[in-house]
Design a binder for this molecule. Structure first.
Ligand code: IMP
Length: 205
């Protein structure tokens, strides 16, 4: 496994919520991070049908545009009663002509659950796959997931995205009602980052 100790990397996302969480999760590690937004690199179309495939598209795009080691994440919400939708379409459910619209996305999840023949508790999970690519062609993947339930109405003002309707197993509060540290003790993203840290940011000497 390759090391990222002392590296400069580019984080391939324009999502402010993700950027905040990566800065927090990697803050005590020996790594310097720029984002694609800071370097004026635009997001590529996400044309794959898996989180890993889309994470790789974003990482390779950022790596080629910057010639730096790139870290990208593709993530999403899978709701069991909706046959694991929105899944890789999680971001597009929250997109309208004016940009990101999470209220629309939360309403759609709830409306589709109301139209289904399932009853609460509505089991769901967040999944994240991180892809790290190196300019010489090297690549590593790290995955994380968190199981929980969808609740309504939305609760809390923290976090981002679908956080106000997701309660992880082991808590009775939504991600949006938690501090950043509490969310990280459960989250799919923190678990994927923990794998990355264990493999690429420890001194294995
Ligand atoms: P991506 O940028 O294509 O990976 O899109 C991920 C989508 O999943 C975004 O719309 C996010 O709102 C949603 N998402 C991913 N992780 C989280 C999270 O930790 N909390 C809430 N929503 C999330």
């Amino acid at each position: 496994m390759r090391s990222l100790l002392g590296s400069r990397i580019i984080l391939a996302t324009g999502n402010d919520g993700k950027i905040r969480e990566y800065r927090q999760l990697l803050t005590h590690h020996d790594i310097a991070m720029k984002t694609t937004g800071e370097l004026g690199i635009s997001d590529p179309p996400e044309t794959e049908t898996s989180f890993a495939g889309n994470a790789r598209i974003k990482a390779v795009n950022a790596m080629r545009a910057s010639n730096m080691i790139a870290l990208a994440e593709d993530s999403g919400l899978e709701v069991e009663a909706l046959q694991d939708a929105p899944g890789v379409a999680t971001a597009s459910w929250a997109t309208d002509s004016s940009g990101r619209n999470y209220q629309k996305a939360l309403n759609r999840v709830w409306q589709e659950l109301a139209d289904s023949d399932s009853n609460a508790p509505y089991r769901a999970r967040f999944r994240a796959v991180i892809c790290v690519t190196w300019p010489d062609g090297g690549e590593e993947l790290f995955a994380g997931r968190v199981n929980g339930i969808i609740v309504w109405p939305p609760r809390g003002a923290g976090g981002f995205g679908y956080d106000p309707i997701f309660v992880p197993d082991g808590s009775d509060r939504t991600f949006a009602e938690m501090t950043a540290d509490e969310k990280s003790s459960y989250s799919h993203r923190a678990k994927a980052v923990n794998h990355l840290v264990a493999q690429c940011l420890q001194d294995h000497e």
